[in-house]
Design a protein around this ligand. Structure first.
Ligand code: SF4
Length: 508
């Protein structure tokens, strides 16, 4: 049976908390989820619906407001924007001006010199002129959702586009001056033979594209393909089907690597130097800023999903009500970073443990030994490594690691990694005075913690305030007498009074 790799950890059923109102970002990428399509494909399980003029037009303004809210509440001082990904949905259906406005708002944040900016495009939904505008706005990479080069296979999965439109889109990208093009291809599709798959990859590898992904169709329970009985869920997969998938995986790898592509994640291949920063950021423990309904976010030890409701997107209260989150302790975050790190084919368990301030547990070491003895992984230079022969079964390896309770992943007292504004048991990231005040204004939990025990809370946040400034703020909070002649002390008292007034107004 083929087991899919784990994309998100911990599983979403555990995300039952409310997201923090403020975050302190490390190096991060931004994911913009445009949740509309012109047609719903039979294999798709993404959070999307049919596009309407009104909802599509409303999206950019709401997205830019969401970014503005983040700028007001969050601390971006410790991180830089690595990459932006416009996905969905069908991001190529968004208006050029809307996309430009969102990108310009994101690029106001502290950024790398030239962050990677990807626009995901469905063939047949965007023209050359629009691609030119996108390039001028900052888009420098296109993700071309071809899926297959066979029109028969495309029809069988309910796609609207044709192979000719995929090739037209590639031509248009190049003519518009965007030569960093990624092709999305899938195997395990209905009507797809091993011959189709090999021919698609052979043709793809000769094209002027820099990056190709090949991934196995995910069969959603009760989705149209499942209901039509054209594909089976992995748990009911006959052995012959698994062997066919294994052969397709191996053939794909052979074709792409022979053509000069290098595999750098479980599903991604790139020409040397064209590895995607956004893809790396999804699995290397970096932060992800989510923009749009149902977009997934991650900051430090917190993961969350924005509210999925399109009709209330932009309403901060509705967002706060329907978004769901999980704040992990250091051991759970260590477990997450190892499991997801396997996407990058090699992870150093000891380094990740050290990042999270935990000691690697004996039970984890025993499990690693067993996985190695069973031929599921290699341990090379101290790193868990998935060689080509291990990759088809990577999902199984991840599932075995996931099954080991987090309590067995480490020994000793974990040290929490910073990331949210919520008080935690320790902090690596430092926080400035203005950030503390801004976060306290937005986050009732932080406000309450500061009121209750300001000194300890400030220190846990890793404040870089000079000692005198800390004591001024502490005294302002505890309303102790502060020598009136000190301008700094008065300023602090006034600043904290403003925070208090804001919370008092909210609670009436
Ligand atoms: S275009 Fe993409 S997001 Fe939209 S339904 Fe098809 S596969 Fe899903």
């Amino acid at each position: 049976m083929y087991t899919h790799p784990i994309y998100h950890w911990p599983p979403k059923r555990q995300w039952t908390q409310k997201p923090s109102l403020a975050h302190a970002w490390g190096p991060f990428s931004a994911y913009v989820h445009f949740p509309f399509c012109r047609h719903l494909c039979d294999f798709c399980g993404y959070e999307t619906r049919l596009i309407s003029k009104a909802s599509a037009e409303a999206f950019p303004e709401r997205a830019t407001s969401e970014i503005a809210r983040r700028v007001e509440s969050d601390d971006f001082g410790g991180g830089r924007l690595r990459a932006v990904f416009f996905g969905g949905g069908t991001a190529s259906l968004m208006s050029e001006t809307g996309r430009g406005a969102i990108l310009s708002a994101l690029l106001q944040l502290p950024s790398n010199a030239r962050p990677e900016v990807t626009l995901e495009c469905e063939p047949g939904t965007i023209r050359r002129a629009a691609l030119r505008v996108a390039r001028m706005a900052g888009v420098n990479r296109i993700s071309l959702c071809a899926q297959s080069f066979s029109d028969k296979v495309l029809r069988a999965i309910g796609r609207r586009h044709t192979h000719a439109q995929s090739m037209q889109l590639l031509d248009d990208c190049l003519a518009a001056g965007i030569d960093n093009v990624h092709l999305d291809l899938m195997y395990g599709l209905p009507e797809q033979t091993e011959g189709h798959w090999a021919r698609t990859l052979e043709a793809a590898s000769c094209l002027p594209v820099q990056h190709i992904s090949m991934y196995k169709l995910y069969v959603f329970k009760y989705g149209p393909l499942f209901r039509a009985g054209t594909v089976v869920r992995p748990e009911r997969e006959p052995a012959g089907v698994t062997e066919r998938l294994r052969a397709m995986h191996a053939a794909g790898n052979e074709i792409l690597t022979s053509a000069g592509f290098r595999q750098y994640t479980l599903t991604e291949y790139a020409r040397p130097g064209s590895e995607s920063e956004y893809i790396a950021s999804c699995f290397d423990g970096g932060d992800v800023l989510p923009i749009g309904p149902a977009a997934f976010g991650r900051c430090g030890n917190e993961v969350w999903e924005n509210s999925p409701y399109v009709h209330t997107y932009g309403d901060a209260d509705a967002e706060a009500t329907h978004a769901r989150a999980l704040r992990m302790d250091a051991t759970e975050a260590f477990k997450r970073d190892v499991i997801l790190g396997l996407w990058l084919l090699s992870v150093r368990v000891d380094e990740i443990a050290s990042t999270h301030g935990v000691e690697v547990g004996e039970r984890l070491l025993s499990l690693i030994d067993r996985l190695r003895a069973e031929g599921l992984i290699e341990v090379r230079d101290g790193a868990l490594t998935l060689e080509e022969r291990h990759r088809f079964r990577a999902g199984e390896t991840m599932a075995r690691l996931a099954d080991l309770d987090a309590g067995h992943w480490s020994t000793g007292q974990p040290r929490a990694r910073a990331g949210t504004a919520e008080p935690s048991s320790g902090a690596e990231r430092t926080t400035t005075l203005s950030t503390v005040l801004r976060m306290a204004r937005r986050d009732p939990a932080l406000f309450a913690a500061l009121e209750e025990n300001p000194d300890a809370t400030l220190r846990r946040l890793g404040c870089t305030l000079r000692e005198r400034r800390i004591s001024e703020l502490v005294r302002a909070i505890t309303a102790e007498d502060i020598p009136g002649s000190e301008p700094g002390a008065n300023e602090m008292t006034e600043a904290w009074s403003a925070v208090r007034r804001e919370h008092a107004m909210r609670s009436v």
